[in-house]
Structure formats: structure tokens, C-alpha cells
Design a protein around this ligand. Structure first.
Ligand SMILES: NC(=O)c1ccc[n+]([C@@H]2O[C@H](COP(=O)([O-])OP(=O)(O)OC[C@H]3O[C@@H](n4cnc5c(N)ncnc54)[C@H](OP(=O)(O)O)[C@@H]3O)[C@@H](O)[C@H]2O)c1
Length: 358
């Protein structure tokens, strides 16, 4: 590996890609741009992973392949409602194109997947439960991510599969390029719109700050890691659902929002009692929102603790402590409340100065 490797980054405008760029000062970075602009890359190149040769002409493709030492593949459909065809077109077939480029370039391939490939058995479809009015189909996303991993594993290209859990904002500032499903649920909690959460109190909710995911990928590149699976998760330090709701509620109180705290109930009780009696009569839009939440939270209800690879390897950050995760969650809640104009005068945050170590 050259001392200043040339790194091609897909998904550079996304949550993980935009957090990664500032962590690669010792690399020459080329950001593959799709629709949204990207700040902080040394070069930008317009491309579409669903088009043949990434939408590049044959010469441009060859010139790119001749230069690239490392590919970090973050581009993906991460929403759960785009349908299986579109989701597989990017997450599986798009990954195949990037692996081919890595083979043509002789580059090391860092493939960003998800820890939730380990939870496909928990989707409502897999459990034989009704989707109700949900448009969210986590199974489409998870199937496509598993298929993407298979493409990488069977390619023979030197590659590392990186599996983050839920990614939240920066550990200190809470900043994030786009609010995620987790933010949607926190928003509902802050506004007191979620009287119940369909996850048992003890189930772990594994999340990691975006800068920790970025520092892990940057560490793998520096280490010149060329194989294996790397779980970027809180693992045994993950907050329980009860503790997460307590931290969100306490932060909301500190911000002067004081929402009603929700009850935690098992999804079985929701299906048997709550949905038929209370949810079935709601406005269709509210019913769809509830069923979408049910589809997403199914991946946490009764979920086991994820493995974690943090701290294993010279350049890999250590796993955050539970206290550091709580501080990062408070930062994300505060950032979201402020960005959405829910609070005006912020109290001095209790997390000032703390940072998940990189
Ligand atoms: N966010 C999480 O909580 C989380 C958790 C675990 C794993 N992951 C994984 O981490 C990776 C990055 O996720 P993320 O949250 O950063 O994603 P994201 O914020 O949803 O961003 C997706 C990126 O993909 C690009 N993209 C979409 N369609 C494309 C196309 N046809 N050609 C080229 N680029 C295209 C987008 O560019 P434009 O915006 O310009 O279209 C954007 O930069 C994904 O593999 C995801 O599965 C994410």
C-alpha cells in the first residue's frame, strides 16, 4: 500500500461517507457523486452504481481503475420502503460492479454492510406476522445486504466486511447528514406521540456514533487489513430499551420538553390486544406510521447482543462504555431537537468535552 493511498469512496454524501472523509487526511480521496454534493474530498467523480461501468465511459473507467488503491463502498439504499427491485439493484448489483472495479484496479475493498444481517430471523415477515398497513419492509433491505455480502465474499478480491449497528450522530455534537429511523422514533418520543414502544424493557438497542464507525474504517485502511468481518457495535455495552427511553426522557426534560414517558410492551401484546382495539380505528396515516414503527422495532424486540470487533487491532477504536454511549445519545437528541426548532435556549449540555475515544 502506498504511503498516501488513493481511496475511492461511494456514498460520500451519506451518513457514514460524510463522517469518513475528514478521517482520511493521509489519503487522496475521490468521492463518487450521485445526486447530492459532497464536501471535503480531494476529487469528485459523477457516477451511478446502477448503470453499466458506474455510468462512466470506457476510458474514464480504465483511468479510474489504474489509480485506485482502496475502495470504501458505502452507497446503498438504506430505507425500508423502496421495494425489493430497487433495493437489490443498488445493494447487490451495485456492489457487484464495485467489486469488479476493485478486481480491475487490484484494490482492497472495504464493504460497509450492517450488523442487522444477523437479525433477518426477527423480521415480522420471517416471524409470520401481519404487516398491517406498513410500507417499511426491513426484510427487503436485509436480504439485499446479505446478498451484497455474498457478492463480496465470493469475489476473491481482498476485502473486509464492516458491520455497524444503528448509526447515530457525532458523539460530541450529535451532527448527522440526515436523520435516521432512530431519530424518527426519538422525535415521536420528544413530542409525546408514542404512548407505547413495542420492545421489551430488557432488549438491547445497539447504536454507535458516526465518528466511531468512520474511525474504525480509517483504522482498517491504515492497518492495511485485507480480510475478515468487523462488527462496529456497542455489543455488551449497548443500552437496554428501558435505559435508552430514560436517557431520551431525561434529555427531553433538560431541554424543557417534558414529554409523557412511554410504556414498553412486548410486540406479542401489541398484536394480540393493542393493535385490534386501539390502532385499527386510527386515521390511515397514523395507522401506517404505527405499523412502520412495529416493522422497524421488530428487529430489536428479543434481539440478542451483537458481537463487537472494537478494540481488536492496532488502529481500531475501543468499544464505547455505556456512559459514553449515553452521552452520545444525549448529543443526538439535543442536536435533533435544536435542528427541528423544538428548543430555543439550550442549557449547557452535560456531555460537553466528552468524546467516544477514536
Ligand atoms: N445509517 C445507519 O444507521 C446504518 C447502519 C448500519 C449500516 N449502514 C450501512 O452503511 C452504509 C452507508 O449508509 P448511510 O446511512 O451512510 O447511507 P445514506 O446516508 O442513506 O446514503 C446513501 C448514499 O448512497 C448514495 N447513492 C444512492 N444511490 C446511488 C446510486 N445509484 N449510485 C451511487 N450512489 C448512490 C447516496 O448518494 P446521493 O445522496 O447523492 O443519492 C448516498 O451518498 C450502507 O451500506 C448502510 O447499509 C448504515
Amino acid at each position: 500500500m502506498p504511503s498516501q493511498p488513493t481511496v475511492l469512496l461511494t456514498g460520500a454524501s451519506g451518513v457514514v461517507g460524510s463522517a469518513l472523509l475528514p478521517q482520511l487526511p493521509d489519503c487522496h480521496t475521490i468521492a463518487l457523486i450521485h445526486r447530492n454534493p459532497v464536501a471535503g474530498a480531494d476529487e469528485q467523480l459523477a457516477g451511478d452504481l446502477t448503470a453499466p461501468r458506474l455510468g462512466l465511459d470506457a476510458d474514464a473507467y480504465q483511468r479510474l481503475a489504474a489509480r485506485v488503491d482502496v475502495i470504501v463502498h458505502c452507497a446503498a439504499i438504506t430505507g425500508f420502503s423502496m421495494g425489493p427491485e430497487a433495493t437489490h439493484a443498488l445493494n447487490e448489483a451495485g456492489t457487484r460492479q464495485m467489486v469488479q472495479l476493485a478486481a480491475d484496479a487490484g484494490a482492497v475493498f472495504y464493504h460497509v454492510s450492517t450488523a442487522f444481517v444477523d437479525r433477518t430471523d426477527l423480521t415480522r415477515a420471517q416471524l409470520g406476522q401481519d404487516h398491517g398497513d406498513a410500507t417499511a419492509r426491513p426484510e427487503d433491505y436485509l436480504d439485499s445486504k446479505r446478498a451484497g455480502e455474498d457478492v463480496v465474499r465470493s469475489s476473491g478480491v481482498p476485502s473486509v466486511i464492516v458491520r455497524p449497528s444503528v448509526v447515530i450522530g457525532d458523539a460530541v455534537t450529535g451532527q448527522i447528514s440526515a436523520f435516521q429511523g432512530m431519530h424518527g422514533i426519538i422525535h415521536g418520543l420528544l413530542r409525546g406521540l408514542l404512548p407505547l414502544v413495542p420492545v421489551p424493557a430488557a432488549s438491547p438497542i445497539d447504536f454507535v456514533p458516526q465518528d466511531l464507525v468512520a474511525a474504525t474504517i480509517a483504522g482498517l485502511i491504515r492497518e492495511d487489513r485485507r480480510d475478515g468481518e468487523v462488527w462496529v457495535t456497542a455489543g455488551a455495552n449497548a443500552l437496554s430499551t428501558e435505559r435508552l427511553l430514560q436517557v431520551v426522557g431525561d434529555t427531553a426534560d433538560e431541554l424543557g420538553l417534558a414529554p409523557t414517558r412511554p410504556r414498553m410492551v412486548g410486540p406479542e401484546m401489541v398484536d394480540r390486544l393493542i393493535r385490534p382495539v386501539f390502532i385499527a380505528n386510527l386515521h390511515p396515516r397514523a395507522r401506517r406510521r404505527f405499523d412502520d414503527m412495529l416493522a422497524m422495532t421488530a428487529l430489536f424486540a428479543h434481539g440478542h447482543v451483537f458481537p463487537s470487533s472494537l478494540g481488536q487491532g492496532a488502529g481500531i477504536p475501543k468499544a464505547p462504555s455505556t456512559g459514553e454511549l449515553e452521552a452520545a445519545l444525549r448529543a443526538s437528541v439535543t442536536y435533533m431537537a435544536r435542528t427541528k426548532g423544538m428548543v430555543r435556549d439550550l442549557p449547557q449540555p452535560a456531555f460537553a468535552g466528552e468524546r467516544v475515544p477514536a
